[in-house]
Design a protein around this ligand. Structure first.
Ligand code: GAL
Length: 801
């Protein structure tokens, strides 16, 4: 009898599926929300009438839906902020009975306040923080329950870049048993790593929400890519009633598949809790086994291999989509960055969406995660251009005193298991001279380009930064002692006279390559690297030719909304990729610096007048459409030994080296380049003079979409001539018609000055190109048809299933 019962129990467990399903339940909580733009006093009450509110699915950014206007701030992309309300009515799923229920927001911009059934759950000023509230005490088992969220972004010039507004990241509903792993409660580090063996340390933070004590078995297991368990450990923890506790497990792993940027091998860490033999909770995390080490003389080592960090800085937005960006968009962008030789990202200047870190783990990027752009004191936010007019001082400093430590700690706890993250940054350019901190040294004229106004006694003293930095570093170390803490310094001359740099493990220099040799000598223990850099070859040479400098992070990987120049510019064009994710000529130039496989790109520009000063980096575009009789400067960006240029079959000569240049009298036809290594042709590119535009070419990154995951297709549109050549300056207005279960999420041309509404079904091409974002809304066949006056239409068929 007893045996039968046990068998039955085992069978029941099997039928119930994996333990996680039986115990912890988590669901994406993005659908079925209602939205009201503007204030709606009383909307937190469950009885409030939201029938006239707009129904939508998160993530959602209301700023991007509204018109650009000069009345808003250049800093935030000439888009509005304001107040918005969200509500969602839901019934608690049957399986949640007896559980503790939580709501998790990955990010709400900003000043969010959340209520459940009229009960205030809490506020979160930061628009970049992720946070969770417990719902259990206010939940009605019968339902319906009403969640209400207010976001207040009335202070629109509150950031130096575009932030968007609203619930712009994922929301999750979570249910756990009373005995469970806390939020971000699993920590994984690899203190010892070699090719033969590794030690994984697992720290588990536990809660017993029940009224009785519990002996909890905490079992950790590491699973390899095939799902095989390769290491295990367990511990029993005695938890009192309504009390917290902790477990520490050590996992020993033989012949680990190490994580690196080149081979981003991942493991799954599974932590299971059981009480009296019954499973009560399970958490799994993607983790990596790798070692990191920075050295003041030798630079950075990943798994003991010296590694240069070829990095770019990024902001959160993706042009047309604002900051509500589906993961596919970042995946496409990251793959393009990989191909340029980039192996490092800087999450400037705030924590980013959760999935972006996952993509970095999976694709192999070494990440600097960054918390702040300002601490207790505000920086200038330009309102009517850039470095002009009267700036706004509003911003994150307003809630730093109350929330700074918490926001920082939460960033670290949320992301600490990401193998991709190799350093935590507590701030960007906090020490920007006179913006706001000042010091007498600014009168000495060193570094004049940013020390322009000299010492401004009315400003806060630079000495304030040291003690603050020490406190923030301690906050990080308490949450994660396994990675170095850094900051990106702008006023190094000034900061060197404070305690700030010495408080850091790594000192990032923004745009100050010229200081590396002197500071390396003066502070031999200091680990110096480039935390933000310009595109000039010299800035890379400072990394490439100095063993002690491990990194550069270019400003920036991708064009971004805001930090715009004067109206009508809506965005900043510093990127290697444009707002649509199309590579710019700078992209190929960077590829020639950062990669070694054969590559060749032709950049053509009108030849400068005789005696004109040489720029700091070459310029040009891959086009062969020039006015008759013009002289064209053709530069090859290449990694090859030699390049030969041919105009309409006639050789213009072979040149060696990385940046061969020819001045060519323009003749329509075909400009061809051949790249050589060991006298063998290894690359070939052709530019053809394009005729009048006649058609559109479409390239979808995928034709099969997941209906349940609201899959996204990104469709590149190219205007071509009769022979299929890209037409470089074509800017026809293109109309998009969709059929089937899909919506046009946005259209982006990359034009920094375009004010066309993003979600409208028509848009002007820019440089002959356009990008469409088409998102599945259900299952079925989806048709995307494009038309433009005078051009042959085109269609692409997608399938959502
Ligand atoms: C840097 C700053 C960045 C961005 C950039 C623009 O000084 O850290 O956030 O403003 O300048 O060039």
């Amino acid at each position: 009898m007893k045996t039968n019962l046990l068998l039955l129990l085992a069978l029941a467990c099997l039928l119930a599926g994996p333990h996680a399903q039986a115990q912890r339940q988590q669901q994406l909580f993005n659908s079925g929300w209602k939205f009201h733009r503007g204030d709606a006093p009383g909307a937190e009450k469950p009885t409030a009438d939201d029938r006239a509110w707009r129904a939508l699915t998160l993530p959602h950014d209301w700023s991007i839906e509204e018109p650009f206007s000069e009345q808003w701030a250049s800093a935030t992309g000439y888009l509005p902020g304001g107040v918005g309300w969200y509500r969602k009515a839901f019934v608690v799923p049957a399986g949640y009975r007896g559980k503790q229920v939580f709501i998790y927001f990955d990010g709400v911009y900003k000043n969010s306040e959340v209520w459940l059934n009229g009960h205030f759950l809490g506020k979160r000023p930061s628009g970049f923080a992720s946070f969770q509230y417990e719902l259990t005490p206010y939940l009605s088992a019968k339902g319906p329950n009403v969640l209400a969220v207010k976001a207040d972004h009335r202070e629109v010039a509150d950031s130096r870049w575009y932030t968007g507004s609203g619930i712009y990241r994922n929301v999750y509903l979570l249910a756990t048993a009373p005995v469970h792993v806390q939020q971000w409660g699993v920590g994984f580090t690899t203190p010892q790593v070699s090719a033969r063996a590794a030690t994984g340390q697992v720290a588990v933070a536990l809660t017993n929400g029940a009224a009785t004590a519990a002996a909890v078995t905490v079992a950790g297991a590491l699973l390899d890519a095939k799902g095989q368990v390769v290491a295990t450990a367990q511990q029993v923890v005695q938890l009192k009633a309504k009390a917290n506790g902790a477990a520490r497990l050590t996992l020993l792993l033989k012949n680990p598949a190490l994580w690196s940027a080149a081979q981003p091998n991942l493991y799954r860490l599974r932590v299971r809790l059981a009480v009296a033999g019954q499973p009560v909770d399970e958490v799994t995390e993607e983790v990596g086994v790798r070692s990191i080490r920075f050295d003041a003389n030798q630079g950075f080592f990943l798994n003991e291999q010296p590694t240069k960090l070829r990095g770019v800085c990024i902001h959160d937005d993706a042009g047309a989509l604002g900051v509500a960006v589906p993961p596919e968009v970042w995946e496409r962008r990251l793959r393009a960055l990989k191909a340029v030789g980039c192996n490092a990202l800087r999450m400037s200047h705030n924590p980013h969406a959760d999935y972006l870190y996952r993509l970095c783990d999976e694709l192999g990027f070494l990440v600097m995660d960054e918390a702040f752009d300002e601490w207790e004191r505000g920086k200038n936010k330009w309102v009517a251009g850039w470095n002009v007019g009267t700036p706004s001082q509003a911003g994150a400093h307003e809630y730093f005193k109350e929330w700074g430590d918490r926001d920082l700690r939460d960033m670290v706890l949320r992301n600490r298991n990401r193998p991709s993250i190799i350093m935590w940054s507590i701030g960007n350019e906090i020490d920007y001279p006179n913006d706001p901190y000042t010091h007498e040294v600014l009168n000495t004229g060193r570094n004049p380009q940013i020390y322009g106004k000299g010492y401004l006694p009315g400003h806060p003293p630079a000495a304030e930064m040291g003690p603050l930095a020490k406190r923030l570093v301690a906050v990080v170390k308490q949450a994660d002692g396994s990675r170095p803490v850094t900051a990106a310094l702008a006023g190094v001359v000034m900061s060197n006279l404070t305690d700030y740099p010495a408080a850091l493990d790594l000192v990032g220099y923004n745009y100050q390559e010229f200081r590396y040799p002197a500071d390396h000598k003066e502070y031999p223990q200091r680990i110096i690297y480039g935390s933000e850099n310009g595109m000039a070859p010299a800035a890379w040479a400072a990394v490439d030719s100095n063993a002690y400098v491990s990194a550069q992070y270019l400003w920036t990987g991708i064009d971004y909304l805001g930090e715009a120049g004067k109206w009508p510019q809506r965005a900043n064009g510093a990127g290697l990729l444009d707002l649509a994710g199309f590579p710019k000529p700078e992209y190929y130039f960077r590829q020639s610096l950062w990669t070694s496989a054969p590559m060749l790109y032709l950049a053509a520009a009108e030849a400068p007048a005789a005696g004109a000063p040489a720029g700091r980096r070459p310029r040009g575009t891959a086009t062969w459409n020039w006015p008759a009789a013009s002289q064209v400067r053709v530069t090859a960006y290449t990694t090859n030994e030699a390049t030969e240029l041919l105009l309409n079959g006639q050789s213009l000569g072979r040149q060696t080296g990385p940046l061969p240049t020819w001045t060519v009298p323009f003749a329509a036809g075909e400009l061809r380049a051949r790249g050589y290594r060991n006298n063998q042709v290894v690359s070939e590119v052709v530019l053809k003079t394009a005729g009048a535009p006649t058609a559109l070419q479409l390239k979808a990154d995928r034709t099969s979409l997941s209906a349940s995951a609201l899959g996204l297709a990104q469709i590149e549109v190219q205007v071509v001539d009769q022979a299929g050549n890209p037409v470089p300056d074509a800017a026809p207005e293109i109309t998009v018609a969709l059929t089937g279960p899909a919506r046009l999420l946005g259209i982006e041309s990359g034009d920094l000055a375009s004010h066309e509404p993003y979600a409208a079904p028509r848009h002007r091409a820019h440089r002959g190109r356009l990008l469409l974002y088409v998102q599945a809304t259900g299952a079925g066949a989806v048709g995307v048809a494009l038309a433009a006056p005078g051009l042959a239409g085109q269609a692409v068929a997608l399938r959502a299933e």
